[in-house]
Each structure stands twice: as C-alpha cells, then as structure tokens.
Design a protein around this ligand. Structure first.
Ligand code: ADP
Ligand code: ZN
Length: 205
C-alpha cells in the first residue's frame, strides 16, 4: 500500500507516520528528515536546503523531487511506503502521480490557530527522530534511545508562523486534489495521539 500522510506543521503527522510504518512494516519516507540528514552530513544539497528551511520556506522543487525519486526507487519501497511531507505543492503532486500510484491520502485535519503552540513546544531526538512535547519529557531525554532532545531550528516561533502560512497557501489545496482522485481519507487530528492512531487504522482496514 502506498500512503501519503498530509497535515499542517504540528498536526502530528510525523508521530502517526512512525506508528503506521511500525504496524504495517513499510518504510517511512519523510522529506524533512531526509533534508535534515543531508544538513547533518554536510552535503551540497543540505547546504542549499538549509537557508530555505531555517526561514520556514519550501525547499525548491528540483532539490526535493530528486531526493524523493531516488528514495522511492529503492528496493524497500516495492511493497509499499508512507510519504510524510511530500507532496507539499501542486507541482510535486503532479510529479508523484507520474512515478507511483497513491492508494490512500490520509489527511490529519487540525485547527491551524492552535498549532503554533504545539510546534513551539516540540522536542525532537536528533538520533532516532522521535518527537514529543516539552511537557512530556521533563528530563529532556529521548524515550526511545536516551539521546538528549533538541528544538528544531525551524520550530522557533517566527519561523513557525511562516511555515503555517506556506502550508495554507501551497499544501492545503492538495486536500482537494486527492479528494478529486478519490483517495482522500480525513481524520480528526485534534484528538489524542492514540485516538488519532485508532481512527487511521480504521480507515486503512
Ligand atoms: P513539518 O511538517 O513539521 O513542517 P518537515 O520535517 O516535514 O516538518 O519539514 C521541515 C522543512 O523541510 C519544511 O519547512 C521545508 O523547508 C522542508 N521540506 C520538507 N519537505 C519538503 C517538500 N516536499 N518540499 C519542499 N520543502 C520541503
Ligand atoms: Zn532517540
């Protein structure tokens, strides 16, 4: 099964993506994680992407599309995969349609006004990608691997506002795009993590 998970920054799609992939044994392809890995490794692509990411802007399509094409072409994607953070605009959705068939587009519907706070309190593990909120990790350590949690560079408040704007302008219209293709499944993203996960699993059955 080829799945896309869509939702605003802070909608919880990264958290749900990890759970879905564990439950269904498919790879989790997060373009944000792939880009951050390139930045950490100091690659040329990473250097180019960082300026855009730190400003809360979309990384240019040609960079992200090349990254995505290479990744979905790998062997572990043959039996299905979950895309998290791609496509983020109409041009990316068209490219994706040309290379794979999407079976389900999961949309985590959220109240955009409440997301800025969620994102600002997010803490992530630089080693394994686990993400949580500051209040859930008072010791500042990753529950999965023990590493010290960090605040992502683009989770600063000024940048978050911009990411939400970019989302509303570029990415939100894709909900209608996948609705028209007949693969859209909407889940209420304002519920608890476990409730959202149960709703997703019900949809995937
Ligand atoms: P979130 O969904 O919380 O915004 P991501 O990790 O998915 O976080 O993305 C972080 C940043 O990476 C984005 O703000 C953007 O700059 C860049 N990025 C990720 N995926 C894409 C994409 N498909 N197209 C362009 N830029 C992207
Ligand atoms: Zn970790």
């Amino acid at each position: 099964m080829n799945i896309i998970i869509m939702g605003a920054p802070g909608s919880g799609k990264g958290t749900q993506a990890v759970k879905i992939c564990k439950a269904h044994g498919i790879p989790h392809i997060s373009t944000g994680d792939l880009l951050r890995k390139n930045i950490a490794d100091g690659t040329e692509l990473g250097k180019q992407a960082k300026t855009y990411m730190d400003a809360g802007k979309l990384v240019p399509d040609e960079l992200v599309i090349a990254l995505l094409k290479a990744r979905v072409g790998e062997d572990d994607c043959k039996a299905g995969f979950l895309l998290d953070g791609f496509p983020r605009n109409a041009a990316q959705a068209k490219v994706l349609d040309g290379i794979v068939d999407i079976d389900v587009a999961l949309y985590l519907e959220t109240d955009l006004k409440k997301l800025a706070d969620r994102v600002a309190s997010r803490r992530v593990c630089p080693k394994c990608g686990y993400s949580t909120s500051a209040s859930q990790a008072p010791d500042g350590k990753c529950r999965e691997c023990g590493e010290n949690l960090i605040i992502r560079d683009d989770d600063k408040r000024e940048v978050v506002e911009n990411r939400l704007k970019v989302y509303a302008e570029n990415t939100a219209p894709l909900v209608d795009y996948y609705k028209a293709e007949g693969v859209l499944k909407t889940v209420d993203g304002m519920n608890s993590i476990d409730e959202v996960n149960a709703d997703i699993e019900a949809v995937l059955k």
